[in-house]
Design a protein around this ligand. Structure first.
Ligand code: M6R
Length: 621
């Protein structure tokens, strides 16, 4: 197994990043079958995939000739305590963590779901589009439903097929064939207690190959503690998992498919919080490493990516949330340095721009997960109209990566905290590499030394992380404020937007990010005694203008937190960031803002890893 993030890129990056698939529809699945009790494995795995959804959780085990289910609404930890999940025992079991789509958040809608006769248990990640029709048919046939979910139809369908005399595999296969929509499904059976059946269509499923113990999960991080050998199911494949063997079949014709396990390039340390209180804090602190890893790109892919932009008739750049903020930085540099006109749009707003998608157009998509519905819809529309799609994406096995003509990886490893942190800084690095390659092709940039740049950037991030105690002090002063403003100009403006987004999602404090030039057009009316404003104001052409805006705000009572490589007495508080090449300034500027949002959340007793109402991957429109 790898010994650190850099090794993993050098040695096993393909396995790692092909392996690193993210959810289509959020929900987490884990299953294990063994000759011993598997509840610790199922419970542990469930906690690891909690990032995929966290409104309900449950476990089912096949034990003593029955299927025992314990499930309920709430975070896994609460459900575990309330229902004493760890006291369950069984040699085959499934676990599920839910992000509700069909049916409200309630005990009855939590997975697993059981068929009428208690023969089959199912957990599911995805959406069954034709469930209403299937449910009506099943109701007519006398089936009784105990939940409002789309998922439950699967258990009843399998039971019908078993009743018709099919064996477990064929019953599952025939049932799955009736489903339309997206699914990653795992089933266990009362009367076949050493079997798990799994299948996928447009939602990830990976099998873990252990010694006398095999796994199925939405994400390999669920079982990495027990085995680093994995088999990635492809769409429309069905797996038969037993303690001693795994078999895979094509759903189309039932033929067996031979697949060898791949060695995962993760260590348990990659998916644990290590010494940190939360994943978010760990991921913020990983950035000196991850910004360096982002530099490891396949040179020919990088050149193809760059040349597609350079030769395009028109260029569109898109993303959502934090990824959109990173995409703004690329658009800025393309316009200002490469003199390439590029339209930058929020993926969810693609219809404003789609009339210009055509052959010769390039759409550049930014995404951490590669599964964001808004982004996928935008790029699919672009492809339909003949445009080329190139992407910068962390999850190399994701839908976006697979559907792109070229995809460059972020190489920052699994990002588990719902708030994007290290993926943003990696996106800035990768997009800079693309722009630099374009500048090189245009002849305006010579003697690039990416390795040296990576080292310098990594050290700068290490230095800026030293502001942690200063940030904590600011948090103690301003944590009860209802509003925050983030202002900046030019290339730092997306950082202001990112700072506001981080603060909103982690602390639940209202925050706005805007160009400092816009203050006087309205927002200044909201500034009063003690209003906190963060001004991101690097040295350079915009510095003095923004400083004037700072004075205007301070004159009206604002407490301005300056973030810059150049100190000024105008700021109420000041965080010094290292001076580096301007194209990398957003990387160092964003770190204090990530810390601010994180510590604000802690101070206000929010869970920074799992902000309310949100999910890591937004797969609904
Ligand atoms: O996986 P993606 O980068 O496509 O996700 C896009 C946004 O949903 C994401 O950046 C979201 O805004 C984050 N929670 C922000 O921290």
């Amino acid at each position: 197994m790898k010994k650190g993030p850099i090794n993993c890129i050098n040695i096993l990056c393909l396995n790692l990043y092909d392996a690193y698939t993210m959810p289509k529809i959020v929900c987490g699945i884990i299953g294990c079958t063994s000759d011993e009790n598997v509840v610790p494995e199922v419970l542990g795995g469930l906690k690891r995939v909690e990032y995929r959804g966290y409104d309900s959780a449950g476990i089912v085990v096949a034990v003593n000739g029955r299927l025992e289910v314990r499930k309920g609404a709430g975070r896994i930890e609460d459900v575990e305590k309330r229902l004493k999940l760890s006291s369950m025992k069984g040699k085959t079991g499934l676990g599920h963590t839910r992000w509700a789509t069909h049916g409200n958040v309630s005990d009855r809608n939590a997975h697993p779901h059981i068929s009428c006769m208690g023969e089959v248990a199912v957990v599911h990640n995805g959406i069954i589009d034709n469930y209403i029709q299937l449910k009506e048919e099943l109701l007519k046939r006398g089936h009784k439903f105990r939940s409002d979910t789309d998922t439950e139809v699967i258990a009843h369908l399998v039971e019908e097929e078993l009743k018709a005399g099919r064996d477990y595999l064929h019953a599952s296969l025939f049932a799955f064939k009736k489903l339309s929509g997206q699914y990653a499904v795992a089933l266990i059976f009362r009367d076949m207690p050493d079997l798990i059946v799994g299948a996928r269509k447009d939602a990830p499923l990976v099998l873990g190959v252990g010694k006398g113990k095999n796994f199925i999960a939405s994400d390999a991080i669920a079982f990495i503690e027990y085995t680093d050998k994995a088999i990635f199911l492809d769409n429309m494949e069905l797996a038969e998992i037993r303690p001693e063997r795994i078999r895979i079949y094509r759903m189309e014709d039932g033929r067996e498919v031979k697949k060898s396990p791949v060695q995962l390039a993760w260590e348990v340390a990659d998916i644990t919080k290590k010494e940190h209180a939360h994943f978010t804090l760990k991921e913020i602190h990983e950035q000196p490493l991850t910004v360096r890893s982002a530099f490891y790109q396949d040179p020919s892919k990088l050149r193809d990516f760059a040349s597609s932009i350079l030769t395009a008739k028109s260029v569109f750049i898109t993303g959502a949330g934090t990824s959109f903020h990173a995409s703004m930085l690329m658009a800025y540099r393309l316009r200002n340095e490469a003199r390439i006109r590029s339209e930058n749009f929020l993926s969810g707003e693609y219809r404003q721009f789609s009339q210009w998608f055509e052959k010769g157009t390039v759409v550049v998509a930014f995404s951490q997960s590669g599964e964001t519905a808004d982004v996928l819809e935008a790029v699919r529309e672009a492809k339909k109209k003949g445009a080329m799609v190139v992407s910068i994406v962390n999850a190399v096995g994701s839908t976006l990566a697979r559907e792109s003509d070229i995809a460059l990886p972020l190489n920052c490893g699994p990002e588990i905290g719902v708030a994007a942190t290290k993926s943003f800084t990696a996106q800035v690095v990768v997009s800079n590499l693309v722009v630099d390659t374009i500048l090189e092709m245009q002849g305006s940039l010579r003697n690039r030394a990416d390795e040296k740049e990576g080292e310098i950037l990594s050290r700068a991030v290490e230095r800026v992380l030293e502001c942690e105690s200063q940030v904590k002090e600011l948090v103690s002063m301003y944590s009860n404020k209802p509003d925050f403003y983030f202002v900046a100009r030019g290339y730092s403006y997306p950082v202001a937007l990112e700072g506001a987004l981080k603060l909103k999602e982690l602390s639940y404090i209202h925050a706005e990010g805007m160009p400092a030039s816009e203050l006087k057009h309205g927002t200044l009316a909201l500034i009063e005694e003690g209003t906190p404003v963060v001004a991101i104001n690097p040295s350079g052409e915009n510095h003095s203008d923004t400083l004037s805006n700072v004075e205007e705000m301070v004159a009206r009572g604002a407490h301005v937190i300056g973030i810059s490589d150049e100190a000024s007495k105008q700021y109420t508080h000041f965080i010094m960031v290292p001076k580096i090449e301007s194209k990398y300034m957003p990387v160092v500027e964003v770190v204090p803002l990530q810390l601010l949002a994180y510590y604000m959340a802690v101070e206000r007793e929010n869970d920074p890893d799992y902000p309310r109402n949100l999910a890591k991957s937004v797969t609904v429109k």
